[in-house]
Design a protein around this ligand. Sequence first.
Ligand code: TXA
Ligand code: MG
Length: 337
Amino acid sequence: MDGQPEQIAAAVTRLREGGLVAFPTETVYGLGADALRADAVQKVFEAKGRPASNPLIVHVADEAMAARVVASWPAEARKLAERFWPGPLSIVLPKAPVVPAIVTGGGPNVAVRCPAHPLTLALIAAFDGPLVGPSANVSGFVSPTTAAHVREAFDERDVLVLDGGDCVGGIESTVVSVVGGKARVLRSGLIDAAVIGEVLGREVECADSGSISVTPNASTPAESPGQLSSHYAPRAKAVLVDAGQIKRVVLGVKGECVVIAREEEEGLPEADALSSQGKPHVIRMPRDAKGYARRLYAALREADALHPELIVIVTPPDQSVHPVWRAVRDRLKRATA
Ligand code: TXA
Ligand code: MG
């Protein structure tokens, strides 16, 4: 990549000034700042409009850097990091005192992850310290999977954007807590609970059941506060509908209607026939789970850009077909909550 050393040098300078740098990862773009500086992390919360109670993931270059931000680096974490890092797995453990409370939303634990993108690994290594990295979107809105998505959300004067191309994964990392030796998936992602279980040699609970109502009970603090029901949402109203119901739903929409469906989805010929009459606008998605995940957020943004009255998303298969469908359905349920 031409100009990469200069880009990284400029980004490191920005980080040393306590400023913000958006960086590419294999999942989505992150909004980076020095994880060990409360004033820098504060700017991330302000730029995103993120509630102070929602903790940030700390991005590291390797296990050694991870060990600096946690109280201890137990065998479970070692096994997971050796198998999945760099990659889309965030590991939650009790934090080290060096991590400011603002990073963890005031809580005792910190999530750490080593992202699989050469540009960002080079950035963290050059900075020689961990970076916070929430998805680089305004809080509650759809996560960014291209540098252009990030530039739409933030002023270039406030956020230096490192362009590392389109994200290949497309949805956020799996968040797994190994606090107290118990392994629990708090947010589903590209790495499935069952595979984590195989590596740890035991069953792993999945707190993210994929159910619609995951809004935490007001009286009990959420274990993973980002898991609010309305999230990853386009601005237009969006609904999840079974293929057989498309015609009925679409015919009920008076204004612009966008249908998001997999190629060769049964029931879609109907939507295509309607489409030839000018309605609805159909966005075709890859049939396979990983391909669908990679396209998902860009498709939601495309749909939103048409300012439709309604976005109709055809319910994709479930995890019995492929484990990644669990994470996809989780994001779709939140996008339509
Ligand atoms: O793939 C990703 O994880 C992306 C890229 C940029 O790395 N980042 C990302 O960050 O998705 P964010 O802030 O958009 O989502 C972080 C999620 C939230 O649901 C948050 O509540 C949870 O991780 N989380 C962060 N720290 C936690 C902690 N200490 N305990 C429990 N959950 C935590
Ligand atoms: Mg996010």
